[in-house]
Design a protein around this ligand. Structure first.
Ligand code: ATP
Length: 296
């Protein structure tokens, strides 16, 4: 194969339950991931050495820290091949926006390089290599809707009925995920968190495909911390609800705001209203669930 391109989706957390901080500094999480139709594309072209170029928003490292580069190197060393590839990322997923764009690019690079180099890794091996790069990477390979336990990497797919329609409000400037977790710990210092469990209401809503029930069941334990670090998010979420969203929450560690609509036409109307408020740097419509990283 001469050139491979992989399309990979962003995620929104339908539930992000954050447990008490563990001895190793991480938190046990109950995550319900949902892949939505905002995509990055990673192209892998044969080259003498590993290089990386990025097209799209600023803030993405173009060196060894890029998660796609780390993924390519990890795959090469695991497979015993030289990492000879020119990676090119076309970014549409917001950077540091709480939608796991960097993890998505890592997942895409694993799939693209595996195809380019003919290394023939099994699905299980790619998931295991992905988990070594970051706890959100396995879900970007899988897509759909899934419960993630541990740090988010132990995945069980969830059967969701039908399609859900979303509007995402992007913010100017990202939020650092470690900073949001640190703020979450600070806010909870006097009242340690209970152990999170998967929400029955959420699972029931996914099984019926009812957007109103899903909207009521959305929860994010990181939201108070994201709002504490970025107070303007409270008003941004409120404007979505006033504009008729059937559910709203901060996506992951933020600052992207996710609004659920009751249908595709409702999402289009909601998107127009939210664009007109001037509260977001961009407003995007998307549907979910969609598949994980796929060769195109
Ligand atoms: P998550 O929700 O997974 O915690 P996020 O969506 O908030 O993360 P990302 O866009 O994944 O944030 O990026 C977080 C940081 O990772 C960026 O600020 C950037 O420095 C670094 N990074 C490394 N590789 C990439 C990449 N390919 N795309 C975007 N950011 C990357």
């Amino acid at each position: 194969m001469t050139v491979t391109t992989v399309r990979v989706p962003a995620k929104v957390n339908l539930q992000l339950g954050v447990g008490p901080v563990r001895d190793d500094g991480y938190h046990d999480l109950v995550n319900v991931f949902h892949a939505v139709s905002l995509f990055d594309e990673v192209t892998a072209t044969p080259a003498a050495t590993l290089t990386i170029t990025v097209e799209g928003p600023a803030g993405v490292p173009v060196g060894p820290d890029n998660l796609a580069v780390r993924a390519a190197r990890l795959l090469a060393s695991h497979a015993g091949v030289e990492p000879r590839v020119a990676l090119h990322i076309r970014k549409d997923i917001p950077v540091a926006g709480g939608m796991a764009g960097g993890s998505a690019d890592a997942a895409a690079a694993l799939v693209a390089c595996d195809a380019l180099w003919g290394t023939g890794m099994s699905r299980e091996t790619l998931l295991e290599l992905g988990a070594r790069i970051g706890s959100d990477v396995p879900f970007a390979l899988l897509g759909g809707t899934a419960v993630g336990l541990g740090r988010g990497e132990r995945l069980t797919p969830v059967e969701a009925v039908g399609e859900f329609h979303w509007v995402f409000g992007y913010a100017d400037g990202g939020l650092s995920t470690p900073a949001v977790y640190a703020e979450c710990d600070r806010l909870r210092a006097d009242a340690p968190a209970a152990w999170p469990v998967v929400s029955d209401d959420l699972m029931a809503a996914l099984k019926t495909g009812d957007p109103l029930a899903l909207g009521r069941a959305l929860t994010n334990d990181l939201q108070p911390a994201a709002l504490s670090l970025r107070p303007s998010l409270a008003a941004a979420l409120a404007v979505g609800v006033e504009s008729g969203a059937v559910g709203s929450l901060v996506s992951g560690s933020g600052p992207t705001c996710a609004f659920l609509a009751s249908s595709a036409s409702h999402a289009a109307a909601l998107g127009r209203t939210l664009s007109g408020t001037g509260r977001f740097s961009a407003v995007r419509q998307a549907r979910g669930p969609v598949p994980g990283a796929v060769l195109i």
